[in-house]
Design a protein around this ligand. Structure first.
Ligand SMILES: Cc1cc2nc3c(=O)[nH]c(=O)nc-3n(C[C@H](O)[C@H](O)[C@H](O)COP(=O)(O)OP(=O)(O)OC[C@H]3O[C@@H](n4cnc5c(N)ncnc54)[C@H](O)[C@@H]3O)c2cc1C
Length: 412
């Protein structure tokens, strides 16, 4: 007798873990496959936005989340030419319960979601289980073949398979879905340096100089730096070596000059091939793509996790009942895309506009910093800093936990 479940979720990232939990709370039999042994992967996005924090409260997980080690980013502050600074985004102005971005290691968030899932009787999480192929009956996807870490293989059948396996999604490719790719002028490099007592504890600090750009993110014991440069420059950066890279960073952020020893070699500098892409159709019969598998986002605004989570909430909201009744057809799957398309397109359009008007010209050395007019305007009218804060922190169509997933906070 083959293995069977109602909903098979491929990939235990933010999208897959939220979807698994919510469907299980609806009483739907759900199995999540994750190819890695744990959620420990360095430099995945670690930003948890106000709308996701609110969702965690609605799920009764807010108090557990608050106990995780985290820092709070309340503002995006840009150094101005006169030695002062300009607050470009101010999350404290948002009328929400959590007016900040929580910086939390992504694995801690995923572990929390996994623990909550395991408390539901219809939930199964299978680590070290990699989906290798889709199983089909005619044109319909009816499950997947998998391989475990010890080489065992098997097959799981499901009424619905949801591809949450990220921007290089194998499930998507095998389903014959190809994303449209948009040109991107930048790549990102991530590294960390020690945090010192004088560092601003609660502000994201972007820095710009002709040809380069960086964002410094305060973490509990270190500073995480996203260094943005020209697309395709990774081989060149690595060939120039660590000393030249340390110099580049020290010129951009002079107060880091004495901390650059923290980078022993270019192995400490992780490259992110920035992509922006989007599927035209998010489903085929029996399979739906959400999160990065449906739309890879630029790191501008740090909204990838948030959108992946919102997709998962929308999917559970729309599909829990059809899954319980065993009637999930193409129309139900198409409804998920219809609900999530507008926020996705708007965010990607904004990101691409920022690539063209700001970040691209900066890294190509055509512009020394953000437009002086924009800085002057926000300085003059500080209330404007709520606009970027809202777009980043809350987004255009925040999803809320459906009634079946809500729980009172678990006190311990
Ligand atoms: C270096 C880096 C930094 C980033 N920084 C930020 C940030 O600061 N803020 C932000 O919001 N976003 C950031 N992002 C983007 C963010 O991580 C993604 O948008 C988000 O994680 C997407 O969630 P997801 O669940 O769709 O996919 P992923 O998080 O990519 O999860 C996919 C999961 O599927 C698993 N998987 C893949 N293939 C298989 C398979 N065949 N079988 C089983 N399991 C499989 C993977 O192991 C993974 O756990 C960053 C991304 C990178 C790479």
């Amino acid at each position: 007798m083959g293995e069977r479940t109602t909903c098979l979720v491929v990939g235990g990232g933010p999208a897959g873990m939220v979807l698994g939990l919510l469907l299980a709370r609806a009483g739907v039999e759900v199995t999540v496959l994750e190819k890695h042994a744990d959620f420990l992967r360095d430099f995945r996005g670690d930003t948890v936005h106000p709308s996701t924090l609110q969702l965690l409260d609605e799920l009764g997980l807010g108090e557990e989340f608050a106990r995780l080690p985290h820092t709070r980013v309340e503002q995006v502050v840009f150094p101005a030419g006169d030695g002062g600074s300009v607050t470009l985004g101010d999350f404290r102005r948002l009328r929400v319960r959590h007016p900040y971005i929580a910086m939390v290691p992504q694995w801690d968030l995923l572990d929390l979601l996994a623990d909550a899932g395991r408390r539901e009787p219809t939930y199964t999480l299978r680590m070290q289980t990699e989906m290798t192929d889709l199983v089909r009956e005619g044109d319909r996807v009816t499950g997947v073949r998998y391989r475990t870490a010890d080489g065992a293989t098997g097959e799981i059948r499901a009424d619905l398979t949801v591809a949450c396996d990220g921007r290089h999604s194998v499930a998507r490719r095998q389903a014959g879905l190809r994303p449209e790719e948009f040109p991107v002028p930048i790549d990102a490099w991530w590294f960390r340096v020690p945090r010192l007592p004088g560092d601003h504890p609660a502000a994201l600090a972007p820095r710009a100089a002709p040809g380069r750009f960086a964002v410094v993110i305060p973490r509990e014991t270190f500073l995480q730096v996203a260094y943005i440069g020209r697309k395709g420059a990774d081989p060149e950066l690595r060939a120039r070596g660590i000393e030249a890279f340390r110099q580049d960073v020290a010129e951009l952020i002079p107060e880091f000059r004495d901390r650059m020893d923290a980078l022993a070699s270019m192995d400490d500098v992780k490259h992110l091939d920035v992509r922006v892409d989007r599927l035209l159709r998010w489903h085929v019969d029996g399979l739906l793509c959400i999160g990065d598998a449906a739309h890879a986002m630029s790191p501008v605004g740090g909204v990838g996790i948030n959108l992946a989570v919102q997709d998962a909430v929308a999917t559970a909201t729309l599909l829990a009942e059809p899954l319980r009744r065993g009637v999930v057809g193409p129309a139900e799957l198409a409804a998920v895309r219809t609900r999530r398309l507008v926020p996705t397109v708007l965010v990607q359009t904004l990101q691409r506009a920022l690539h063209r008007a700001l970040v691209g010209p900066l890294v190509e050395g055509r512009r020394p910093g953000p437009p002086a007019l924009a800085l002057a305007l926000v300085r003059r009218i500080p209330q404007l800093s709520v606009v970027p804060a809202y777009l980043i922190g809350v987004g255009l169509r925040p999803e809320h936990a459906p009634p079946f997933a809500r729980r009172a906070p678990a006190h311990s």
